[in-house]
Design a protein around this ligand. Structure first.
Ligand SMILES: Cc1cc2nc3c(=O)[nH]c(=O)nc-3n(C[C@H](O)[C@H](O)[C@H](O)COP(=O)(O)OP(=O)(O)OC[C@H]3O[C@@H](n4cnc5c(N)ncnc54)[C@H](O)[C@@H]3O)c2cc1C
Length: 567
């Protein structure tokens, strides 16, 4: 064993996206020796793809002069169908203006209005224009700013290191094991605080807007070590993904005034959400599109049109240049002249590792933040623009909290031993001669989309769950053609598939357990909310050798009492 492969840091952040970078900066600013481990070069993290913007009640737009954090909180809680915890939402919305201005001061090039203030556009489910943006490349701008800040502070980066498992000793997370992807060598990391910031689990579905790397790694690693997952049944389907490739067409397009049109030329959203129309929350718009297609008013039974033509080329170029480019490159059309074919696709994971407002999980030493975690500020449906905000606001909070008591470095021998065990496990995978992992991966994604998609019911979900159990059995005999050590992408895909299968099971079991409809979880056999029984969080935990245990925990209420109010 080589000592070069053993590392120790006060705070170890797994994930180099916005949540990981913001929490690393906060930990470093508090004086902790901080490192970030990322399976891709940080600037390739999924956050870089975020398009439409980030919410903060700045009141800059003529339509939002009197906007306050309370209005923002109300919209967020209403959008969440009252499942979000109101203490967590209060923090998110109160801190939002500070977080956005901080990024602006650090160098993010936000779009501005004619008076030179940060411009704000309307977004779904928001009462007023509240979404700040950098054209339609907001994530790219924020990521470059944070990465520059992190490198200038000398934070240590382990780029293209793939974390395979956490190390737990005496009921405490004390580090992790990772593969250096380029050499194939294993490395052991000892830390007293480990922050999981590994992003969402969108890739358990097909037709997803997510990057290939969003494969549930952090959620599965935490779950396997006994940490609870929360509200896993809530998966967001974005209404407008490009037909064919499912690349996102940002809600910013509808925010700028684009219409949804069916094959009869009708602007159909006025039937489903008479006030908000195209800017109703995503769950409502996604279901409306599917209903139109199923009623025979789609195109080719697959998609509807998103029409930007009336905005004109000049506005499209200024506000939505990335969308024009995507439409040209991937659909061979110019949105200034042709409508864009769109259909709903998987987009965001509301559920994740169960954390409190300090980012603590129920495993000591382990924290969670960003899309892999559930604090919960999105409840049953996230409003667009609130996720980037969550990465910044909670990134700072969690990074600071993780420093407290993080100086006492865990026993190095424990992580060394764990690395030896991991080596044996990985050798096992490399010797496999069975079924190809790609077949299982495609079947998993199809099962999830078909059985746990936009519309759900008991029979279909039970069938889906038994498909998942069959896939898990087959995974035990998985084969691998590349037996090499260096840059073995097949091995990484197999590890990801294992994570995805575990997490898909938690989505399935949680969805079956919730016998009501709420936000993104729509059951045709239980089409209404049932607050008495189900206005609660679903908590799921792994049980060795048997089905996971699942129970409900109370939602935290505050300023906003539950009320039925349409869009
Ligand atoms: C196309 C698209 C557009 C979006 N636009 C918006 C928007 O405009 N506004 C908004 O609010 N939200 C938007 N969202 C949502 C938002 O972008 C994400 O929720 C957010 O960026 C997630 O950030 P994160 O830091 O939690 O995770 P990510 O950015 O996904 O980062 C995850 C990190 O974890 C690392 N990682 C994962 N597994 C491992 C492992 N095993 N070992 C080591 N490292 C690992 C990865 O390398 C990566 O660095 C959008 C989402 C999509 C799909």
């Amino acid at each position: 064993m080589n000592d070069k492969n053993i590392h120790k840091h006060d705070v170890l952040v797994v994930g180099g996206g916005l949540a990981g970078l913001r929490s690393a900066l906060a930990a470093c600013d508090k004086g902790a020796d901080t490192a970030v481990v990322s399976k891709v070069y940080p600037l390739r993290s999924h956050s870089v793809a975020a398009q439409g913007g980030i919410n903060a009640a700045l009141g800059n737009s003529p339509g939002s002069k009197n906007d306050t954090w309370k209005d923002h909180a109300f919209d967020t809680i209403k959008g969440s169908v009252y499942l979000a915890d109101q203490d967590a939402v209060e923090i998110l919305c109160r801190e939002a203006p500070k977080a956005v201005v901080e990024l602006e001061h650090w160098g993010t090039v936000f779009s501005r209005d004619e008076k030179g203030k940060l411009a704000q556009r309307p977004f779904g489910g928001a009462g007023v224009p509240r979404t700040c943006y950098a054209a339609d490349r907001t994530g790219h701008n924020l990521m470059n700013t944070l990465f520059e800040q992190a490198t200038s502070r000398g934070i240590k980066f382990y780029n293209e290191y793939f974390v395979t498992s956490l190390v737990v000793d005496q009921d405490r997370c004390c580090g992790c094991i990772a593969i250096d992807i380029i050499t194939g060598d294993l490395h052991a990391f000892a830390s007293n605080s480990l922050i999981m910031a590994t992003g969402g689990h969108g890739k358990i579905y097909n037709r997803s807007t997510n990057s290939l790397i969003n494969t549930a790694d952090g959620q599965a690693m935490a779950y396997r070590c006994g940490a609870a997952l929360k509200d896993m049944e809530f998966v967001q389907f974005h209404p407008t993904t490009l037909y064919g490739s499912n690349i996102l067409i940002t809600e910013g397009a509808r925010g700028e005034g684009a219409y949804l049109i069916n094959s009869e030329g009708e602007r159909f959203m006025s039937k489903y959400a008479p006030k908000a129309k195209e800017l109703a929350p995503r769950d409502i718009v996604a279901r409306s599109i599917v209903k139109e297609i199923e009623a025979g008013r789609g195109f080719e039974d697959q998609y509807v049109h998103l029409d930007l033509r009336h905005l004109g080329a000049e506005k499209i170029n200024e506000r939505l240049p990335g969308i024009r480019q995507i439409a040209r490159d991937f659909a061979d059309l110019d949105p200034a002249e042709d409508p864009i074919p769109v259909q709903p696709g998987q987009h965001y994971s509301m559920g994740g590792i169960d954390v409190d407002i300090d980012g603590k999980t129920d495993l000591a030493g382990l924290y969670g933040v960003g899309e892999c975690a559930c604090v919960s500020v999105h409840g049953a449906n996230r409003l667009g623009g609130n996720s980037l905000l969550e990465t910044l606001v909670y990134g700072k909070i969690v990074g600071e909290n993780a420093c407290k008591g993080a100086k006492k470095i865990s026993n190095i021998n424990v992580v060394k031993d764990a690395m030896d065990r991991e080596r044996v496990k990985l050798k096992g995978f490399l010797s496999g001669e069975g079924e190809d992992f790609a077949t299982l991966m495609l079947e998993l994604r199809k099962t999830m989309f078909d059985k746990f998609g936009i519309f759900r019911d008991e029979d279909n979900m039970q069938e889906g769950l038994s498909n998942l159990y069959d896939l898990k059995d087959r995974f035990e005999h998985i084969g691998i053609k590349d037996k090499g050590k260096i840059f073995n992408q097949s091995l990484l895909r197999i590890l990801e598939l294992g994570y995805m299968l575990d997490v898909a099971e938690t989505v399935a079991v949680s969805a079956i357990k919730r016998k009501e409809s709420r936000g993104s979880h729509y059951r045709t056999d239980f089409p209404d909310h049932n607050d008495d029984q189900f206005l609660k969080h679903t908590i799921i935990k792994k049980e060795e050798g048997k089905s996971p245990s699942i129970y409900f925990s109370p939602v935290k209420f505050g300023l906003f009492p539950v009320k039925e109010d349409g869009y």
